[in-house]
Design a binder for this molecule. Structure first.
Ligand SMILES: [Mg+2]
Length: 384
């Protein structure tokens, strides 16, 4: 089944922050929510083989059942004892006194998290990190239908597993909130895709607590009104909902109808300027690749000039037919902005690094280490 309408944006490949914001609100999208499975505990089990098959509980010191504080994360073996994150550590200890209790090693987890984020960025530039172990990825440009979306998701999971020996669950949906629910449904190692026509039937039977904005207070209020499922909320009288909950009522009605048009929040500054192109069919012919790259260089140059920017680093991105993506870059001693400088660099990179045995699905060019004319002026001033 197609995620309706996603094919429309094929071929119009631009990726940096500016373009993300220009997405029209009602454009159909392919959003991934990637959530690492039992992240802290999984990192501990990965790094310490004797923990692999054991209930591992990361959190406060249990102090033999007297400890204060809570469970931060626990392995799936620990969940069998009824332990879950946010449970008081003393209670966890009573449920499973023989578990492996560890204090969080945040520095190590942050390091792993950063490497996983780098993997995300080899798939898309539009990444919204939600926390240390989960993020939204806008994959609309790479996945034009559900088969492609699933293929990309499997590839992403396999890459994380290969490079970090950790598992992730992925939810795929036309918007953020449905994707987030979907990633949770089949944890661990889940992969759930909810296509646009399936959104409503996916949501309807779920408990209202699944909706963003429904905390314990709102939940008990809704339950008193006889609303337990998303279907019941959706059918409830609109006026009464808005009268009792105000703007929240309006928001919940939208969500229960599967409507969530929020764009991904990409916090990174636009530190680079780039253009990409996904081919309708994978390309092996070097002349075609070079012709496309030349065009991309001209577009990048145009935009740099329009903003009075120039950059010292020129990067080439290649995505092969199996989704493996490489980026190779070269740095100039002086910032450049003209296609006459950018293209020869890109040309050298593709001649040097392309694997000619493989076909290519996407090429991209970007210029980074950007400077404005004012920056350059200031640097020249410093020289004096
Ligand atoms: Mg997680």
């Amino acid at each position: 089944m197609m995620l309706t309408g996603i094919g429309i944006i094929q071929g119009k490949m631009t990726t940096d922050q500016q373009t993300t914001e220009q997405l029209t609100p009602d454009m159909e999208r392919t959003i991934f929510h990637v959530d690492m499975d039992a992240f802290y505990a999984a990192v501990e089990q990965r790094d310490c083989p004797e923990y692999r098959d054991r209930p591992v509980i990361v959190g406060a010191d249990p102090q033999g059942g007297q400890g204060r504080g809570v469970v931060a994360a626990c392995s799936y073996q620990a969940r069998k004892f009824g332990i879950h994150s946010a449970l008081p550590i003393s209670r966890a200890f009573r449920l499973c006194p023989d578990g492996v209790y560890l204090r969080p090693d945040m520095k190590r987890y942050v390091g792993v998290s950063q490497r996983i984020r780098e993997i995300f960025h080899t798939y898309t530039d539009v990444v919204e990190p939600l926390s240390i172990d989960e993020a939204f990825l806008d994959m609309s440009h790479a996945a034009h239908n559900t088969d492609m979306a699933l293929e990309v998701a499997r590839s992403l999971k396999a890459t994380i597993l290969k490079e970090q020996r950790l598992t992730a669950s992925i939810g795929i949906a036309p918007n953020k909130f449905v994707a987030k629910i979907a990633s949770d449904i089949e944890k661990p190692e889940g992969l759930v895709l909810v296509s646009l026509p399936e959104v409503q039937s996916f949501l309807d039977p779920l408990a209202i607590s699944r909706l963003w904005g429904v905390g314990p207070k709102t939940e008990s209020k809704l339950v008193k009104m006889g609303i337990k499922t998303i279907l019941q909320l959706r059918h409830y009288d609109k006026e009464i909902l808005i009268e009792r909950f105000g703007r929240l009522g309006e928001h919940l009605r939208k969500l229960s109808n599967g409507i969530d048009q929020r764009a991904l929040v990409v916090q990174r500054e636009a530190k680079s300027m780039g253009h990409e192109r996904t081919f309708a069919e994978d390309v092996g012919n070097i002349e075609t690749l070079e012709k496309t790259l030349k065009l991309l260089c001209e577009k990048v140059s145009e935009r740099l000039c329009a903003r009075g920017l120039a950059g010292r680093t020129v990067a080439l991105k290649l995505r092969y037919s199996d989704f493996k993506t490489i980026t190779r870059q070269t740095t100039f001693p002086q910032p450049v902005e003209s296609a006459d400088h950018i293209y020869p660099a890109v040309h050298r990179l593709i001649r040097k690094f392309r694997d000619p045995k493989q076909r290519i699905r996407l090429v991209g060019v970007s210029v980074s280490s950007l400077e404005t004319e004012a920056d350059r002026g200031a640097q020249q001033m410093k020289l004096f």
